[in-house]
Design a protein around this ligand. Structure first.
Ligand SMILES: Cc1cc2nc3c(=O)[nH]c(=O)nc-3n(C[C@H](O)[C@H](O)[C@H](O)COP(=O)(O)OP(=O)(O)OC[C@H]3O[C@@H](n4cnc5c(N)ncnc54)[C@H](O)[C@@H]3O)c2cc1C
Length: 269
């Protein structure tokens, strides 16, 4: 029962090295190298693992400026079969509603597909909206925080484990469906040399623009984005405190530490 899987990935500025404009509180993106959103690599690994078990095909899609091609090549290096770069000036400035609309319309073109997977959230905006919104456009079921999945009833249903703070839940969903993969689960496999060569030699990345998708320009990009960021205020930085226990007894040290934490309002259970 081979599976046709689509994984959505975002090309993001590497926020580990990005700076914040102290005046506007927004990210300074200029000159910052981009990477595939790290949490999306967990989703790619999840898709590759399913493909290893059941066979099939994994397609990565990214709505992004053309530079994302490098990121998609990296994913082919990991084992993704093909990639689609959705890029057009009219898609720029999109909020989550407009982003999910374009992704949903692109996924419709890829139908029939069995499973559409996402990272849990991005490192540059982290709204975690996109999976739910895309599901809503496509009118398909969805689930978040998935760590593991197996097929049931041939290819009709999928049984998934999802992790919450203190428990793991098991759900059964009909296919096709959407799922966001829990960050830190499914440790991404390394790129292999043969796949890397494949990514460079074979033409595995398609570029889709709005001439192809033919979406109403009032529903995409800035025009299709009802969200307005009216003001951005940086959160105040809480100064770090340095405390030193002067004694030598470890029990006393533990009690002393608990007292200091209590003073800061931390309840230790
Ligand atoms: C008014 C407004 C204007 C904005 N303008 C810009 C702008 O000009 N440039 C900009 O970069 N951002 C802009 N943003 C931010 C933009 O909304 C988000 O970058 C984007 O919609 C995705 O949201 P997110 O990063 O919170 O995704 P999340 O919901 O946190 O992402 C969840 C998952 O969805 C998938 N995903 C998310 N985005 C994409 C994508 N583009 N392609 C494929 N898969 C994806 C990934 O699997 C990801 O892990 C703007 C936001 C607003 C409100």
């Amino acid at each position: 029962m081979p599976l046709d899987i689509v994984v959505c990935v975002k090309w993001v500025p590497n926020t580990q090295i990005v700076n914040i404009d102290p005046r506007t509180g927004t990210l300074i993106r200029e000159g910052v190298p981009s990477i595939i959103n790290p949490h999306d690599l967990n989703a790619v690994e999840f898709g590759l693992t399913l493909k290893d078990s059941y066979g099939g095909r994994l397609t990565a899609i990214a709505m992004s400026p053309p530079s994302a091609k490098a990121g998609l090549e990296f994913l082919i290096g990991m084992g993704v079969d093909r990639a689609i770069l959705i890029t057009d000036r009219v898609f720029a400035g999109a909020d989550t509603l407009a982003t999910s609309y374009v992704l949903a319309k692109a996924i419709e073109r890829l139908m029939p597909t069995d499973l559409i997977i996402f990272g849990q959230e991005t490192i540059d905006s982290s709204t975690a909206h996109i999976c739910a919104q895309t599901a809503s456009w496509l009118k398909l079921p969805y689930i978040y925080y998935v760590i593991d999945a197996r097929l049931e009833d041939g290819k009709k249903n999928i049984v998934v484990k999802r992790v919450l703070e203190r428990k793991i839940e098991v759900f059964e969903l009909p296919l096709p469906c959407l799922m966001a993969i829990a960050m830190k689960s499914n440790v991404p496999r390394p790129v292999t040399l043969s796949n890397k060569i494949k990514a460079k030699m074979e033409n595995l990345i398609e570029v889709w623009n709005n001439e192809m998708l033919k979406l109403n320009i009032n529903c995409v990009g800035l025009k299709g984005s009802p969200t307005v960021v009216s003001k951005s205020i940086p959160t105040p930085v809480v100064p770090r405190k340095k405390l030193k226990f002067e004694g030598t007894d470890p029990i006393e040290a533990a009690r002393w530490l608990l007292d200091r934490l209590a003073e800061e309002g931390v309840r230790v259970i």
